[in-house]
Design a protein around this ligand. Sequence first.
Ligand code: ATP
Length: 235
Amino acid sequence: MTVPILEVIDLHAAYGRIEVLRGVDLAVPKGAVMALLGPNGAGKSTLVKVISGQKAATSGDIHLAGVHVKGAKPDDLARVGLCTIPEGRSVFPNLTVEENLRLMSYAGVPAPAVLDTAFSYFPRLHERRRQLAGTLSGGEQQMLAMSRALASDPALLLLDELSMGLAPLIVDELYDTVARIAESGVSILCIEQFARTALRVSDYAAVMSNGRIVASGEPGEILATMADVILGGAA
Ligand code: ATP
């Protein structure tokens, strides 16, 4: 078996004395798209924060591409190939689309290549390249956030609630692009409320509840057996 791109082993984390991650075990195979689903408050965003070095774990282990990374700083994680798009996007509102993209050339990829990749995945960003990012629609901002992430040539893309505040049609469109990004060889872990949409483009799914992974498997199997848990909110 090849080494998973991400392996989380018996991970625990707490806010004060309240334990929120209570022994999370999760493995994302290299090259796969995995959906991480579950009800509000299950601990999904906390897991993203711990994996991406924004919050300390109390115990357990995290391996990224076979490298032990628990406790690593976000910039070290970026060097190992992790790129996170947090909930609520991450663009500079007072810079244009093109300036937002050009900034990513500091990550080591030449600006023309960054722009080419962004505009080939999202032609709409090309039309709006001179517009201030803060005036883009929510969907367009998410496209820009994804383009900035791609500029760092990630091995694993961690997407936290790509759909936040967006219309279902736009969410569908974004997930079509997630599938194309995956085809280019990037592994993806997506945390998502729109379970059906995420499952449509996923190879695997895991369900989190009360700080633990309570089911994992193929999307069809998860939809059939865990519908009551994962379709509780938006479907
Ligand atoms: P959602 O889908 O609603 O975003 P989630 O599965 O991502 O939920 P988390 O945001 O990880 O869940 O929250 C898990 C638990 O931790 C919740 O009970 C939440 O209230 C609590 N929590 C989250 N952030 C903090 C914080 N900064 N301080 C204290 N408790 C927190």
